[in-house]
Ligand binder design. Sequence first.
Ligand code: ADP
Ligand code: MG
Length: 588
Amino acid sequence: MPKILVLSQHVANQIAAGEVVERPASVVKELVENSIDAGSTVISVEIEDGGMTSILVADNGSGIQRDDCIAAFLRHATSKISNAGDLYSIKTLGFRGEALASIASVAEVTLITKVVGEECGTKLSVNMGVLEPIEDTVCNIGTSLRVGNLFLNIPARLKFMKSPRTEAGYIGDYMSRVMMAHPEIEFRYISNGKTLYQTTGDGNLMSVVYSVYGSDIADNLLPIDFDNGYVKIGGYVGNAEISKSNRTYQSIFVNGRYIKSSAISFTLSRAYETKLTIGRFPFAILKITIACQEVDVNVHPAKIEVRFTDEARVNSCIYSACANALANLNTSVFISTPNTTNYQPTQVQEQVEISKSTFNGSHPVMRETVYSPVHSDGYYEVLDKVRQYAAPLSLLTEDSDIKVVGCIFSTYWLIEWKNSVYFVDQHAAHERALYEKIINKSMVFAAQNLLVPKTMTVIPSDYERLEASKEQLEALGFVWEELESNRIKIKSVPQLNGKIFDERYLLDCIEIIAEQKDNVPKELLNEKMIQCACKHAVKGGDVLTETEILALLKEYSANVIPLTCPHGRPIITKLDKTDIEKMFKRIQ
Ligand code: ADP
Ligand code: MG
């Protein structure tokens, strides 16, 4: 074994940087948190190339006294706590005194600062851990820190950085959360010269929500208002319209700190009970305020997790807060269209009123489904209903064998053909028809130019996904351009069989892209997006005409097309004439 050495301050800082400064977004986080702790009311963040070339965070906070400037860059040097006891009542975002030392050991940092009462400002540079002499400078009260060439002295770390666009996405994501955590602060976020976010600092969370997510989200939120003396919870929960397939759109804040907590996310989902379908996650902004003695913030290197003294009690309060917020809502607004991947066929059997004994116990009738026996016993009920509702249309086609008897429940076509009666689920049939055309490549998406382009707000991580999959989305017909303030202008949308696909479809595509792993082949992604278009194409109000139904039936009878919709539900079932005759005991 070589001799044990105490490592130099510089090496120790670089080791700490490994934990504290994972990527440019962590630098932005640490600097912005320092600005908030300094009581700033205006904070501006400017980055170049995803923060890899330059990060500038400027504030109008307290500033740092000239005497303290060097100490600010020492490890475990902080003005926020002074003894171990303070660790249990932390009111600031920072407290470890590690960030500046760590950042300065892996980048070129310049600090410019001035406090009230000082005649001139102080400028101090620390390049990859090496301190330069302090200089006088002219500046306003407050602090600005410029961080350049991050990780230039650590090639191994540099290799792990993603593209500047992706890194910028992480920073934008952090900015959106910190803006929601502190609506009372005026934030400005500029990336490569473009202003992506600008908040007013008017203290109104909803106005921040508008600038981050746009009106599509903001208009679908319910306020949370809970206070039982132990914990106070504010913020918003979203309805099913804006539910997502992942938790990206959930923001949890504890005493102004953005945190992640699977326990709280779980509680949140529980509060929705049956209001969301499986696999969907609610949109939520939870702002939790609790006495600082009740929460331990010193449990994670990047302080992104916290531990509550009484986890169960906090979670139960969160449950009540969210459930109360959701309680008064008309539940029908909340029932989202079923997520097709989680589709559970309805067991019609449960509703059957006529018992089998009516038909002498045995399997007396029909039963032969053209496909899937799932709905078998439901025939009794269907027959029952047919007697009451079926409206004869007396439509005969050139194939005089086929007679469309009518459409029942605005859903099922009733068709008499040869010695059978067929029930066709028109939505499933329509969907399969579209899908068939797609997979046979006979269906082409056409781009439809919008006379009035639509603007849409996208969060930074989604924007990054859009750009990464631009080629495929353009092939579908989506063309957009980036505007300022995290908005895009959609100039063209896909069109299929006369149906125009709007930005909701684009949002779904983003979700699909987000769910795919990096190594998923483009073709699969394309297919998923097309399937999703298919889902969009078939809406409750859509109806097939009798001619379309007949055309489909003929195709089905030739057995070319699978007799299920793309998600496995049956399209068509039948009863034979003999089965009906048995029911009426005309034959045995
Ligand atoms: P911590 O935030 O944990 O105290 P940092 O390394 O981030 O540690 O900062 C060290 C110290 O530098 C802080 O305690 C604070 O006194 C001072 N400081 C850093 N940034 C600012 C700022 N923007 N405004 C005022 N003081 C600052
Ligand atoms: Mg700090």
